[in-house]
Design a protein around this ligand. Sequence first.
Ligand code: NI
Length: 270
Amino acid sequence: VEPGTPVLFDTHAHLTHADFAGDLPEVLARARAAGVRYILNAGWDLASSAEAVALADPARGRYAAVGIHPHEAARAPADWRERLEELAGRPGVVALGEIGLDYHYDFSPRPLQQRLFAAQLALAGELELPVLVHDREAHADTLAVLRREADRRGGGRVRGVMHCYSGSRERAPELLGLGLWLGLGGPLTFANARRAVEVASAAPLAALLLETDCPYLAPGPYRGRRNEPAYLVRVAEALAAARGLTVAEVAEATTANAWRMLGGMTHLAE
Ligand code: NI
């Protein structure tokens, strides 16, 4: 790494995806060279969660999130909770994810998605872990499930991140009020990213995290190709441009934000 390279945290990656099976060491080397020193890999079912745990290596900046994605809700085994809890206790696991609701594909029945999402949020609360939330075309129900969990906890908050936040600037304050951060990724660099740029420029910098969601959602110059953590620099550049900051300032702030989110702190003024 060149001296002075900004230190970035990719807070949502899927390096256990089959797309990386052929060249993972090179992908990790490119990430390091680009300044992406920390990577949080999220599972989407029990098998990929176990693989994310196996790939975790905190000494090398690699962490794991374990969880069952709404796409997989219908296939979750009856004993998912025990198995997920066991995985969540392994070294390097810092969050539950990715979990949530997906009404775009509707691969699992919506009531089932909602129950699994709520149950995983409750488990995260018990384990005192933050959550990585997936919300695709399910804004109202995602918010409702999060609110119920926040009420259930008594403190009115659910710690975690709205991964690849695609909602409006107007909706963001509600999520921030629930104690959530907003994850920004490749879509911020797209030519038609008006809404994402509005969020990126208007939300408090303290509430923003960077993520690739690789192998999905490659940023502008690589759109349509396999995404990888090294490309997170493009997202940092887009956020810097939206806020009139330098990439170094964006890197410093968002990496610190990621540690606050994972460390149980809050972006809200107490
Ligand atoms: Ni993802």
